[in-house]
Design a protein around this ligand. Structure first.
Ligand SMILES: NC(=O)c1ccc[n+]([C@@H]2O[C@H](COP(=O)([O-])OP(=O)(O)OC[C@H]3O[C@@H](n4cnc5c(N)ncnc54)[C@H](O)[C@@H]3O)[C@@H](O)[C@H]2O)c1
Ligand SMILES: C[N+](C)(C)CCCC=O
Length: 483
């Protein structure tokens, strides 16, 4: 497969290049070798993208919602037909194993396009009768939306933003992460092939400065960021300057609580999904695993046995189920956290070492006897590191689970369903799980509370964040005035 795209940017329905932009060297995480060279957007490219989105949005919004929905559903079909090719590219972009990308990335993107394509025609206002007079509301697009992506799910993030934005009649300029710039270009190509007018969905590349220049442009009505909390703070503040709408999908340090009465095998599976999928590079991961004391030894034993089933290697090999980290830098950061865990007195149960040779491989790592104040229990690590903390009572664990600035996700494993619902109600998190972890179907809202974010992606809730209501008062009689 050719990983070098036709050009760096996709604007107004076609590939565009400007070699004056800063070089972006795309590295395959499994080998550490360059697989493509792109250029960050120059001010001229940013201008072209925004002008094109501004112009195209008017036309797109004038289509019936049914017609817009048909384009999105056709794009979903194309994505499904090309799932293999798109999954191979996602694996080159991120290093995630093909075993994962072939079921979780273009497929999730297609589901979003299909779901919001189906919903488009049902995005309506309402009628409010006021005696003889009445008010009707129109649910209107916001205009030009900017999407900014993180590197862990490049296809999914591009589609989770494009699908609701376009269903509501907006246009989008999307800037992928500089670490994984390839996949969003394919989403743009597919939308045009499915019939989206040129300019409705544009992709431009760049580092943070390109993202920042998009946000401050007066033509922009909304910014949707998927990224870290520090970047979220900056982006939210810049968006506030221009009173722009925002969606912030940010980081987390989510709790996963396992009671003594939980089904052990399911709890271990949930903790694996919540810590080691995508080599641990998942925002919603339940990295603080609170295990009730009575089940702790059995949990750690079974976890260690199950992790022996990891098959690390060439992520394009369909038998491999654990890939490298996205970059050398990210592996260094995670190794720094592992060192802190050791220094601060946690017990290393398994893993903890990098794998020598090419690529950015790091072992799946489990620490036990972690306490709330340790660095590995407080900071988002964004790598394959699980921290196991002990607890005694429900009341105690809920308080400790919530004692964090983050609020992205939370999970509980227990056979006591009354307790499970009490815990879900008590968690300070936007996305909660009972007896499972990290599923994100498009029909359900996904997003965080506290410092983990603002707004929701997926589900009908996303429509609220890509549209605005206009109220129209209609008088049926004479106008009364005081003088
Ligand atoms: N909540 C979610 O849905 C979700 C999903 C995936 C990742 N994440 C989070 O993303 C983080 C990992 O991704 P990352 O390292 O790419 O995050 P990051 O914050 O470093 O970068 C995210 C994006 O923001 C851009 N950016 C950086 N500075 C900017 C600025 N000043 N203005 C505008 N754009 C700017 C980057 O170029 C990149 O495209 C983790 O914290 C993870 O939890 C959250
Ligand atoms: C679908 N997952 C696995 C929950 C990932 C959502 C995006 C967060 O990183």
């Amino acid at each position: 497969m050719t990983t070098q795209p036709t050009a760096s940017h996709f604007i107004d329905g076609q590939y565009v290049e400007d070699t004056a932009g800063e070089v972006i060297d795309v590295i395959y995480p499994a080998t550490g070798k360059s697989i493509a060279t792109l250029h960050a957007a120059t001010p001229a490219i940013v201008e072209q993208a925004l002008a094109s989105a501004k112009r195209a949005q008017k036309e797109w919004a004038s289509w019936t919602a049914t017609d817009r929905g048909r384009v999105l559903r056709k794009a979903a079909d194309i994505m499904r037909e090309r799932n293999h090719e798109l999954s191979v590219l996602e694996t080159y972009d991120t290093g995630k194993p093909y075993q994962e990308t072939s079921v979780a990335d273009a497929t999730s993107g297609a589901e979003a396009l299909e779901y919001f394509g189906g919903l488009a025609a049902s995005i309506t206002g309402e009628h409010i009768q006021l005696g003889e007079d009445f008010v009707y509301t129109r649910r209107e697009p916001l205009g030009v939306c900017v999407g900014i992506g993180a590197w862990n799910y490049p296809t999914q993030i591009a589609c989770w933003k494009a699908a609701p934005a376009l269903a509501c009649g907006n246009a989008m300029v999307f800037k992928p992460s500089e670490m994984t710039p390839l996949c969003a270009l394919k989403v743009a190509e597919i939308l045009v092939e499915a019939g989206a007018p040129a300019g409705v969905y544009n992709v431009i590349q760049g580092y943070g400065a390109v993202g920042a220049s998009l946000i401050s442009d007066p033509r922009v009505d909304k910014v949707s960021l998927t990224g870290s909390v520090p970047t979220g703070r900056k982006v939210y503040a810049a968006a506030a300057e221009g009173m722009r709408h925002v969606t912030m999908e940010l980081g987390g340090k989510s709790p996963l609580v396992i009671f003594d009465d939980a089904d052990l095998e399911n709890a271990v599976s949930g903790a694996i999904l919540g810590n080691f999928y995508s080599t641990g590079q998942v925002c919603s991961n339940g990295t603080r695993v609170f295990v009730q004391k009575g089940i702790k030894d059995a949990f750690l034993k079974r976890m260690t046995e199950r992790l022996a089933g990891i098959k690390m290697g060439d992520p394009q090999d369909p038998d491999v189920n654990f890939g490298p980290m996205v970059s050398e830098r990210q592996r260094d950061i995670v190794e720094g956290f592992i060192a802190k865990g050791n220094e601060e007195g946690a017990t290393l149960v398994t893993g903890g070492k990098r794998v020598d040779g090419e690529g950015f491989y790091l072992e799946a790592t489990v620490f036990a006897d972690v306490t709330d104040g340790m660095t590995i229990a407080r900071d988002e690590i964004f790598g394959p590191v699980m921290s196991v903390l002990d607890f005694d009572t429900e009341e105690e664990v809920l308080e400790r689970a919530n004692a964090t600035e983050f609020g992205l996700a939370a999970g509980v494993f227990t056979a006591d369903l009354t307790r499970a619902h009490r815990m879900a109600a008590g968690f300070e998190a936007g996305t909660c799980y009972i007896n499972t972890y990290n599923l994100a179907p498009v029909e359900a809202p996904f997003g965080g509370s506290k410092m983990s974010g603002v707004g929701r992606e997926n589900s009908k809730a996303a429509i609220e964040h890509y549209s605005q209501i206009k109220g129209v008062y209609v008088a049926m009689g004479e106008v009364e005035a005081p003088f």
